[in-house]
Design a protein around this ligand. Structure first.
Ligand SMILES: C[S@@+](CC[C@H](N)C(=O)[O-])C[C@H]1O[C@@H](n2cnc3c(N)ncnc32)[C@H](O)[C@@H]1O
Length: 206
């Protein structure tokens, strides 16, 4: 079946954008598999930071391995904004959310590679998660600035990168980029086979 996906120029532009080291969409099924819980238990990893009623941002959410447990943790009065570059990831997430009866707590969006498109969420987010996302994003300065702007004054941001793909040195560079965008490192966090840091907003950001 032929599917129209916009003018030729836009199609080409989008294909070029996707060429930057992005996790293939079909891997989304594996990443969302319950078997992955043996490695990462979402309640254990995120439980210390997420409370009922919170607004949470899950960036590079894939098919929602973390988004669905987050939606359970925030309860009926909370909201999780799930953002991904790839439509297929978002389609998978939306299907899984519907099946789990969690659709009302989830707002799913696709974004562009160089912007999360979250201006409307400025100052709204209590907790932001970037799990295995940042190494796939070319413009990290912009990514971190956008995350910073979405957070409430006491909001927190958990950055987790896979140890297998990202060297310690590269992760340290990523931390300084986040600090340059106004984040302050609160603590290193233990997440299996990963590098992880919890950030808050630096209040004296110029
Ligand atoms: C390795 S997967 C991790 C998925 C999910 N966080 C998890 O742990 O199950 C990385 C995800 O980030 C998305 N992604 C890559 N670049 C992105 C960008 N610039 N903006 C938003 N999402 C992006 C990919 O489409 C993919 O779904």
């Amino acid at each position: 079946m032929y599917e129209y996906s916009g003018p030729k120029v836009l199609q080409l532009k989008r294909r070029n954008e996707l060429s930057h080291r992005v996790c293939p969409w079909w891997l989304g099924y594996f990443l969302a598999s319950p078997i992955r819980r043996f490695l990462y238990d979402p309640e254990e990893v995120l439980g210390p930071y997420i409370k009922e009623g919170m607004s949470v941002l899950d960036m590079g959410c894939g098919m929602g391995f973390f988004s669905l447990p987050i939606a359970k943790m925030i309860g009926r009065s909370g909201k999780v904004f799930c953002i991904d570059l790839q439509e297929k990831m978002i389609e998978g997430l939306v299907k899984r959310a519907k099946k789990a009866g969690l659709s009302e707590r989830i707002e799913a969006r696709t974004c562009r590679q160089n912007s999360l498109g979250v201006k409307d969420l400025a100052g709204e987010i209590d907790f932001a998660l970037a799990f295995a996302l940042v190494h796939e994003v070319p413009d990290k300065d912009r990514l971190f600035s956008e995350i910073y702007d979405t957070l409430r004054h006491d909001g927190k941001f958990l950055l987790v990168e896979p140890g297998g793909h990202v060297s310690k040195k590269d992760f340290e560079q990523t931390i300084s980029t986040a600090q340059g965008a106004g984040f302050e490192s609160l603590s290193e966090v233990k997440v299996r086979r990963s590098h992880a840091v919890l950030f808050c907003r630096r209040t004296d950001k110029k």
